[in-house]
Design a protein around this ligand. Structure first.
Ligand SMILES: Cc1cc2nc3c(=O)[nH]c(=O)nc-3n(C[C@H](O)[C@H](O)[C@H](O)COP(=O)(O)OP(=O)(O)OC[C@H]3O[C@@H](n4cnc5c(N)ncnc54)[C@H](O)[C@@H]3O)c2cc1C
Length: 259
């Protein structure tokens, strides 16, 4: 089966994000990584290909240097990638991103598209549903488990109290959660193999898209303000036997006049 996985490069989530004067991410400030949620989508794709055979293509919209980040996902075992990079995309909004990735998807042959639930930087959680809508694909979101039968995909959609089983014909679009299973580490062999795998970089012109319609100039949203989260204060860990812990926590809450 042919699987396309959306992977977004994001600033390393262990470092502090820095914004430029224009309130856009200063991408030079911290090294890019594969969006952590997207690593789960890659892992899910690898498991499906191990079970059913096939190929995995990564799809990214980002500046040209994103090929380096994509290689990290190739090193996990994906087979190739397509990067949409174009100067006009600087400042693109989520709607434009969905339009561009939907157009890129139209140039690929696939049975299944997988994506993460949300990016670690933008965090809009809307790009996947936008692409599925624009491409008219069945959209199965919040998957905790994904199974494929000939011509069909089935997921467990997670709820607070359990899960719902959803099924759709292929081709379809599935958004995974971290419940699908821990992403594997890239092996040395995988890292070596990734160097030889092809990443095709394409522009808006290659997709027949007008930069004036999907670039930063046409952004439908603008960041007006940003501030760091409030200080969380000091954290106190309490350890010990449950009965002692309960007493200590009650004393602590009492001290602070919460109870
Ligand atoms: C102020 C601003 C400036 C921007 N500047 C640029 C820029 O200079 N260059 C540029 O290319 N883009 C730029 N973008 C687009 C941006 O990086 C995102 O791709 C887009 O806004 C997606 O929204 P999100 O992060 O909320 O994704 P979400 O909707 O939270 O993402 C959900 C899932 O969709 C997939 N996905 C999302 N975005 C991408 C992507 N770009 N590629 C592959 N998969 C993806 C991932 O699987 C992700 O887990 C900018 C956006 C904003 C708001």
């Amino acid at each position: 089966m042919r699987i396309v996985v959306l992977v977004k490069p994001v600033p390393d989530t262990t470092g502090a994000e820095r914004l430029g004067d224009d309130l856009r991410l200063d991408r030079a400030a911290s090294p890019p990584i594969v969006n952590p949620n997207d690593e789960y989508a890659v892992e899910q794709a690898l498991r499906l290909v191990e079970a059913h055979g096939g190929e995995i293509t990564l799809l990214t919209m980002a500046p040209p240097a994103a090929t380096e980040t994509m290689r990290k996902a190739l090193a996990m075992g994906a087979h190739g990638g397509v990067l949409v990079a174009d100067e006009a995309l600087a400042g693109a909004c989520a709607l434009a991103t969905a339009k561009v990735l939907a157009a890129a998807l139209a140039t690929l042959e696939f049975d299944l598209v997988l994506a993460g639930a949300m990016s670690a930087d933008g965090g809009g959680g809307v790009v996947a549903s936008g692409i599925a809508t624009l491409r008219g694909l069945p959209y199965l979101s919040y998957a905790g488990a994904v199974e494929v039968d000939p011509g069909r995909v089935r997921i467990h959609r997670l709820h607070a109290t359990g899960y719902t089983v959803l099924e759709a014909p292929l081709p379809a679009f599935v958004v995974v959660t971290q419940m699908v299973g821990e992403p594997r580490y890239a092996s040395l062999k995988g890292i070596m193999a990734a160097r030889g795998r092809q990443i095709r970089t394409i522009s808006l012109a290659d997709l027949g898209l007008d930069p004036a319609a999907v670039g930063g100039a046409a952004a439908t949203t603008r960041v007006l303000a940003a501030r760091p989260p409030a200080d969380r204060g000091t954290t106190r860990m309490v350890r010990g036997a449950p009965v002692d812990l309960a007493r200590e926590i009650v004393d602590l809450l009492d001290d602070r006049r919460f109870i």
